[in-house]
Design a protein around this ligand. Structure first.
Ligand code: ZN
Length: 472
């Protein structure tokens, strides 16, 4: 890598050509190199994660940390040279974890590390106790006789596969999202799952669940505790568990905000490239990886582009979304409020997959439009010096900019290496020390290059065809 980058960063001859009026492709290449050099040589992205997490702390929607993060974002955008910096209010519901504990009461007393799922109801103060019925998947649970589930604590033990992309998570996320509803329907009194994590630390990974008519207390077990419970059940001994959750919704809705700031375009300020990330986090850690890293990537992209000798042709807009984790209410509010401007959004991208390097770029737009496709190919070419491969025409948006995709806004997807991501995702271990500053700088360099190229392109990427707009 060192050699590759060193080669790419010898820019002075290319720069001379820019001044002498080189052809557009050469000009683009040399500006991309300047963008990359600036991002790679800066520790700013890491400093942004550090200051967000140290100054605001955990940021569940509507909490004091969330409010501190909104103020932090407004102030930081101003300091980085963005303009039109403002909050856009979002109403959010508030959920609090309270105290939580769990134990195996028989055949032998054992402490269990648990974390309630976001939105879960609590138990009575003395907890709920029951025999455990274990299955390996939601599908298996759906086929159980209600008589086998009624009055029991349902435990789904579905190990998660480590992968570079999100495929390992996608295979099992239904357990967390839908398992509680299925267990409740069958008469279960509580729901436990093996944490959706690739680590073996004694920490539990929380996360959202579906909102159900009939709610039962629902929590994740740490992987070592899930494996212990599985061994005990596998030996055909009855396992009896007690679980006590203080989780509850707060009655009054609270206010949060999307925080928005622009690098105004020099020629077509009314045409916009959106780069999004989410400001909220789960409560257990400080959300450095999810999504402090994405916030830093988005802000660093804007900082680098605002500082260029010549700002990009179109406006680059950073949107730091409220409440991604508990229902995308910030992104939904943004898409609703700006639906009539959707035609002016030329492309959108999102950083919500940690702080590791980008390895591929994909797009979703009008792939049948040869000129649009060639613009993507040219954009991807600029990312090659960073080790980013050109992917296909079927990008998937993150949850937040997915709301813009539904309005037809083309998507640029920068795929980050997620091999380590799910070791800490949604857990107490999501802390600042998990971010490697040079690696985060590389990720920011890739996003900044792609966003610059989209903002500078001589034309657009078409619109997402109607049949591809719906995000599942
Ligand atoms: Zn996230």
């Amino acid at each position: 890598l060192g050699v590759l980058l060193a080669g790419a960063l010898c820019v002075s001859p290319a720069f001379e050509q820019v001044r002498q009026g080189a052809d557009p492709a050469t000009q683009a290449q040399s500006t991309a190199t300047v963008v990359q050099r600036e991002a790679l040589s800066s520790r700013r992205a890491f400093e942004l994660v550090r200051s967000l997490c140290d100054e605001a702390g955990p940021r569940p929607a509507g909490s004091t940390g969330d409010h501190a993060a909104v103020l932090w974002a407004l102030r930081t955008m101003g300091e980085l040279g963005l303009t039109n910096v403002h909050p856009e209010k979002v109403e959010v519901t508030r959920w609090e974890r309270g105290e939580e504990r769990a134990e195996i009461v028989s055949p032998v007393g054992q402490h269990l590390v648990v974390a309630a799922l976001g939105g879960s109801v609590g138990t009575p103060p003395r907890g709920v106790e029951g025999d455990v019925v274990e299955v390996g998947s939601v599908e298996e649970l759906e086929h159980l006789d209600p008589a086998a589930v009624k009055g029991k604590i349902v435990f789904v033990d579905a190990p998660m596969r480590r992968a570079r992309d999100a495929s390992g998570y996608e295979e099992v996320v239904r357990v967390r999202y839908e398992g509680p509803r299925v267990a409740a329907k069958l008469g279960g009194i509580a729901f436990l799952l093996r944490s959706l994590g690739t680590d073996h630390d004694r920490i539990a990974h929380t996360g959202g669940k579906s909102k159900d008519e009939h709610e039962i207390p629902s929590a994740a077990l740490s992987v070592p505790d899930a494996e212990m419970l599985h061994r005990i059940v596998a030996e055909k001994r009855t396992a009896r568990v007690r679980i006590t959750l203080g989780a509850h919704m707060l009655q009054a809705p609270a206010e949060s905000a999307n925080v928005v700031g622009d690098v105004p375009g020099r020629e077509r300020p009314d045409e916009v490239i959106v780069i999004g990330a989410h400001l909220d986090s789960w409560d257990l850690g400080v959300g450095a990886v999810d999504d402090g890293a994405g916030v830093a990537i988005a802000l660093e992209t804007a900082r680098v582009l605002a500082a260029l000798p010549q700002r990009p042709r179109r406006t680059v807009r950073v949107v730091l979304f409220a409440n991604e984790e508990r229902g995308l209410s910030g992104a939904r509010a943004y898409a609703r409020a700006h639906a009539n401007e959707a035609a002016t959004f030329v492309a959108a991208t999102e950083a919500d997959f940690g702080g590791d390097a980008v390895y591929a770029v994909r797009w979703l737009g009008d792939a049948g439009n040869a000129a649009a496709r060639e613009r993507f190919v040219a954009l991807a070419r600029l990312l090659a010096p960073l080790g980013v491969a050109r992917g296909d025409d079927d990008a998937s948006a993150g949850g937040d900019v997915g709301q813009l995709q539904e309005l037809g806004v083309p998507i640029l997807e920068l795929r980050q290496d997620g091999t380590r991501y799910f070791d800490v995702h949604h857990s107490a271990n999501d802390t600042v020390d998990k971010i490697d500053p040079p690696t985060l700088a590389r990720a920011a360099a890739a996003f900044a290059t792609a966003v610059w190229a989209a903002a500078e392109a001589d034309g657009d990427f078409g619109r997402v065809p109607a049949e591809k707009r719906k995000v599942q």
